[in-house]
Design a protein around this ligand. Sequence first.
Ligand code: ADP
Ligand code: MG
Length: 466
Amino acid sequence: MADHSISTSEVSVTPDLDSAWKSCLELVREDIPTPYISSMIDPLRLVSIEEDCCTISVPNSFLKDIVADRYIDGLTSSLSRVIGRRVHVLLTVLSPPPVVESVASRGSQLREPHNRNSAVVTSPPERKNYSFENFIVGDSNKFAYSAAIMVAEFPGRNYNPLFIYGGTGLGKTHLLHSIKAYATAMSPGSRITYVQTSKFIDEFIATITLKKDKSIFDQKYINNKIVLFDDIQALSTTDATQNKFFDIFNVLYSANSHIVLTSDRPPVEIPQLSDRIRSRFEGGLMIDIMPPDIETRVAILRMKVEAESVEIPDDCLIFIASKVKDNIRSLEGLFHRVVAYAKLYGTKIDLSMVQYVLKDLVSETPLSRTPSVELIQNTVSDYYHIPLEDLVSKSRSRPLVQGRQVAMYLCRELTDETLLAIGRQFGNRDHSTVIHSCSKVESMLKEKRDMFQEVTQLTNNINKSL
Ligand code: ADP
Ligand code: MG
């Protein structure tokens, strides 16, 4: 039972629960890397000590599995030392007490508690706190995951550069941000820079064309312990850009800084990539990420269930996971639709409900094509009767703004484009505008039935035009 108290008779024979737990944590901390403490260990509580058995509560079964797998031995030996006799440890899932608020505060390990209104919990893609802890490891990504951890722990030691490639939505960006978060937590002073390659190119071009101080650009990328270049396939542009990149790469490499690159394809398939850069990439460690198997997809959904604190039976998760095979972002999209529908209509989530909600959203045969931003813009423009020029214009009139937000949301959900690229195709807007639009639409989907229906209808129209 969820009883956090302990009777005084128990306290009299063993150390007081609080102090035993505190001392145990001090011991455990020595062996667990700092970034894992706040998310893996802090949520645990020692709830009872009886004879040779200590019970520790965990807030959810996801964390329970991780603790059982990785930390149980450390906890057991630390508790035994503190208590002064050999004990074994039982893990028990106790949901945190007050219902709505605790969902948000527990969930804050996985997302920033930002812009939440009432009980609606929003989790737009870029707000998520990307870390190794919320990266599910399966056969398809385990090598990339281990190599990423290795770089974060021992930058510059092995596998330099690390080149991770694989299809869109398979977790490459997630891994880069995890490296940054973990390495920063391990050695707070070191400089670690993440950059989208297209942004790197834009900055370089701006430096040249606006005749800015070149050394500022160079210093930003050179003086780093780790530099993470995301979507390096974008480098297939001019020679000048590639030369600049090559110089920076060489300086970093000879200074023993770690360079990590991701790409949607292997180096040999990146068009116009100079031979000397390609051979640099191939001289390090190249690892591909494959589409996740069904178990991994279900595990990802389970983690989201815990984070959103919703109840979804396993058969529903398996059904959702069976619908999207090769893009985790799309998988998350379907999951959010189901949750949004349930919140909106106050319905329980069961298999028939999920089948109903996803009926028209995913075709029976896997989608072989991804819609273009233009197709989405045209479809939205027709649907709301907003001329295309207005949709991508700077105008801030109300109906226009909403239509534009929906169009951006659909681009984010249905295409492989980056936030930067989407922003650009909507009148050169900043990527933060795209993030804002997506989170706005996500909240509305959970609050307004007409919005849910419009977005569903639009998705169907787009799928039909493919
Ligand atoms: P990519 O950069 O390869 O296109 P992302 O890193 O943007 O893919 O991942 C797309 C979405 O899927 C993100 O929300 C990410 O958190 C999620 N995701 C991808 N792989 C995993 C994983 N193994 N575990 C949990 N979430 C994942
Ligand atoms: Mg990415």
